[in-house]
Design a protein around this ligand. Structure first.
Ligand SMILES: [Fe+2]
Length: 429
């Protein structure tokens, strides 16, 4: 349970809020590279931490991330013309370069002296892993680029997508860190169910409620779930939470041989404003095996192009149509009657309300990862207020991975998974 004050502190990320100041110390994923496919292509709108922005790729392939609104009369530059190294407002022809400097005004005579005095807000960007990232914090505090493992492999070995979730960012993050719901919310009622999820024979369902092991790391925390599979074996899953909103999650194997796959998926839950967030989904292969086209459809989670409108990034099953819940299927096929693992997550989390009221909750031992994440976030807010650097603004997370193992119950899970999660040999090279 949180106090009303703590809940407000953790959920509000607009300019000038304590959590907003913390968020502005990190690189934020803003736009998929394919949304701006070539120089001088149409601009896109992007809203981050309550700030309305517009992004464009100029003639020289430079990215501009500017205040959405023209400094003249305040209409949207999203309507603008992206031409000759600048974005031009269609109303009176004021034109801005990638730094937000006004370079031309078609409605004024007499040179550029007035234009030179006009500059709108602009933020630096970096393009990595097929994503354009933004930094909205103090220039002198800009951290090194967000070189997560998944951004460092060839395009053939990685995939990223995004989908809007219609609630505050923190409950989406907490919903992802919460591992005890997986074998329940996402369960199917039969092995041959016609919807994806944890089948009755899956490792998650067989193992029942997990045992947790949580430790803080330089960049956030790592948590491991351990589920017994009968007397002889255990099913171990190791996760990393990277501040402030990233989860590196283990792959969900369907069989013992599948568990050897060198795949890591994950999410980033990024505030759009206080009542909406963008859920970024990524997956990569750190072994030799590339991703397939099927992997990129992300059908299990329902985050791919078949399930999410690729212009608005709204899920086709959403709050307005009750996520297409099918009560008959809820009796015969799966626990929820809703199709898609992450659609199920969005349904329960969106119905907590736009901003969940944490003064009324009753957390138990199974909610340890959530409780720890809140502590890490609250401490990081205080660190920033004290003029210190918050966790995860260094390079300590660059090599962090997740891991999954099915192993003898008697052997040490630490020895089995920690070297894979934190590959020291790679850190030294
Ligand atoms: Fe879930």
């Amino acid at each position: 349970m949180l106090t009303l004050e703590e809940n407000e502190l953790l959920t509000r990320t607009g300019p000038g809020t304590p959590m907003g100041e913390l968020m502005r110390r990190y690189w934020l994923p803003a736009v998929l590279s394919w949304e701006l496919p070539e120089p001088d292509c149409p601009p896109v709108r992007v809203k981050l931490l309550g700030e309305a922005l517009v992004m464009f790729r100029d003639t020289q392939n430079r990215i501009g991330l500017l205040d959405e609104f023209c400094a003249h009369r305040g209409t949207s530059l999203w309507l603008g013309r992206n031409e000759q190294s600048g974005l031009r407002c269609v109303w009176h022809g004021w034109k801005y370069d990638v730094n937000g400097q006004c370079v031309d005004q078609l409605n004024e005579r007499g040179g550029t002296s007035f234009a030179q005095k006009i500059r709108i807000k602009s933020y630096p960007t970096v393009e990595l892993g097929g994503v354009i990232w933004a930094y909205m914090g103090p220039p002198e505090k800009r951290p090194p680029p967000p070189r997560f493992g998944w951004t460092q492999v060839p395009e053939t070995h990685r995939h990223a997508s995004k989908v809007i979730q219609e609630c505050n960012w923190l409950q989406a993050l907490e919903g992802g860190l919460d591992q005890s719901h997986v074998g329940i919310l996402h369960s199917t009622l039969r092995v041959d169910a016609n919807t994806p999820g944890s089948t009755p024979t899956s490792f998650n369902a067989r193992g029942g409620a997990p045992i947790f092991d949580i430790e803080s790391t330089k960049f956030g925390h790592r948590y491991v779930t351990i589920r017994p599979l009968g007397q002889e074996q255990i099913y171990v899953r190791g996760y990393n939470f990277v501040m402030p909103f990233t989860q590196i999650r283990p792959y969900s194997p369907k069989s013992e041989s599948d568990a050897a796959k060198k795949f890591n998926p994950g999410h980033m839950w990024v505030p759009i404003d206080d009542e909406n967030c963008m859920v970024w989904n990524w997956m990569y292969s750190w072994g030799e095996e590339p991703l397939t086209e099927e992997d990129r459809l992300d059908r299990n989670l329902a985050n791919g192009p078949e399930d999410v409108d690729q212009k608005t990034f709204r899920s086709l099953r959403n709050k307005d149509n009750n996520w297409l819940i099918d009560r008959q299927a809820q009796r015969t096929q799966n626990f929820t009657g809703i199709v898609g693992v992450n659609t199920q997550d969005r349904a329960v989390q969106e119905l907590q309300g736009r901003i969940a009221d944490r003064t009324r909750e009753h957390l138990g031992p199974a909610d340890k990862a959530i409780i720890t994440a809140r502590q890490v976030l609250l401490e990081a807010v205080k660190a920033v207020q004290a003029g210190e650097d918050p966790p995860g603004t260094d390079t300590s997370y660059y090599r962090a991975r997740s891991a999954v193992k099915i192993m003898p119950a008697k052997s040490s899970w630490r020895e089995a998974i920690l070297p894979e999660m934190y590959p020291a040999d790679e850190l030294e090279s």
